[in-house]
Design a protein around this ligand. Structure first.
Ligand code: GLY
Length: 417
């Protein structure tokens, strides 16, 4: 099977590592890719937001399967264009991708499916902002009602900070979503979804704030671990039965069945799981940890989802133990990152590339905010953390920073339901 992966982050590098291990995968291509993916696949400098360009590339490399990593091409209908060209594609069409692309759409689907989520209001008129803010608090959750790569979300107990963020979004023409704050530890549960068939992966937890102990601004994700020692299997089953399956069924009922990876981001509160957000693709950096433990052939699972045969896929098999991803971010991330620095240690084991590129003489340079995703595995969370941080010790990138506490609260038994 010839596979083309779309995207250039740590998630796509992890997908390529998994695909390269699948004996049914003969040939790997990626667009645009990064310095790390170049050693596993052929990188193609193609605009992945352009459906005609992606279709042309898929035809040129005779792809049997296209796997779309990021949300932007999905929301723009690149999967629809590939399917119309007769190419099996992992990733939802534009309408089902609205589960991530429009928070208002996601709320409507959840209401129809009877799924618990935060109370929310959309504000698109600055004159209504103050009255709307008064209906929320004492913790305000202010989101961009569109794609914002996690960075558009502000969670704060400071009303003035909430107001400033909302006003800034409105000034730039973005409707604002205000939400009630959901308490409780967060879980990311990914599922392969093919219409009403749902095959869950193992639950993971992201760390969204930039600093240790969940301080500083939100980011696209600074690290993750899996599995979650504090999450009972009964709660995972509840998430699948009460959240993922009803949403998949509702999308199918609307005539826009989901095909691909449905990411449920949840808070597990006193009354059980409630949805913080849905995403229409693999999460980053949870994917790097989750796929590190997958023993089943990844290409066959993605292909079964893409070809509508997920119900015939043998049960997924997982390695025992744990996996941890720690993101190495560029100086100033999540603000405008410093780029263009040479990285030492970028080709070591467990070092996945996110924002990197090769210069003309083959040196690996930083080229984005989240630069590397370093993965450790081990018999348990302590061992996986130790390996991830050992690996990070071998990396040199001027000005870079990473969290030192990924998975630490779970390890120390400080997360409970
Ligand atoms: N882990 C956050 C995201 O992928 O959106």
């Amino acid at each position: 099977m010839r596979v083309l992966v779309i995207g250039s982050g740590g998630r796509e590098h992890a997908l390529l590592i998994g695909l390269a291990k699948d004996p049914s995968v003969t040939d790997l291509h990626v667009a645009p890719g990064n310095a790390g993916t170049a050693s596993l696949a052929t990188n193609h400098a193609v605009d992945v937001a352009s459906a005609p360009a992606v279709v042309a590339l898929a035809q040129q490399v005779a792809a049997d399967l296209v796997v779309i990593g990021p949300e932007v091409p999905l929301v723009l209908g690149v999967a629809d264009a590939l399917r119309e060209a007769g190419i099996a594609t992992f990733g939802p069409g534009a309408q089902a991708a609205q589960i991530e692309g429009s928070k208002a759409f996601a709320k409507d689907v959840m209401a129809a499916a009877g799924v618990r989520t935060a109370h929310s209001e959309i504000v698109d008129n600055p004159a209504q902002l103050d009255a709307a803010l008064d209906r929320f608090g004492p913790t305000w959750v202010v989101k961009d009602d569109g794609l914002a790569a996690g960075k558009g979300v502000v969670v704060t107990a400071d009303r003035a900070a909430a107001r400033d963020h909302a006003a800034e979004l409105l000034e730039t023409g973005h409707p604002v979503l205000l939400e009630s704050f959901l308490d409780g530890p967060e879980v990311s549960l990914f599922s392969f979804v093919d219409g009403e068939t749902v095959v869950p992966l193992i639950p993971a937890q992201d760390h969204k704030r930039v600093g240790d102990n969940d301080t500083g601004p939100n980011t696209g994700g600074m690290g993750a671990y899996t599995p979650l020692p504090w999450l009972p299997d009964t709660v995972t089953a509840q998430i699948i039965d009460d959240v993922v399956k009803p949403v998949a069924a509702e999308l199918a009922k609307r005539g826009t069945p989901f095909s691909g990876l449905l990411y449920a981001g949840l808070a597990i509160g006193k009354d059980g799981p409630a949805v913080v957000e849905f995403n229409c693709r693999f999460g980053d950096p949870e994917t790097q940890a989750v796929l590190a433990l997958l023993k089943s052939p990844l290409g066959q699972a993605l292909n079964a989802t893409a070809t509508g045969t997920l119900d015939q896929l043998p049960p997924l098999e997982w390695a025992d133990g744990a996996a941890v991803t720690v993101v190495v971010a560029a100086e100033n991330y999540p603000g405008t990152p410093r780029t263009g620095d040479a990285i030492v240690g970028a080709d070591a084991d467990g070092v996945l590339h996110a924002g990197t590129k090769l210069d003309a003489d083959g040196t690996v340079l930083s080229s984005g905010g989240r630069v590397l995703a370093v993965v450790g595995t081990g018999v348990d969370l302590a061992a996986a953390r130790a390996q991830a941080y050992d690996r990070i010790a071998g990396i040199k990138l001027p000005g870079s920073h990473f969290r030192t506490d990924i998975g630490k609260a779970a390890l120390e038994g400080r997360i409970s339901l």
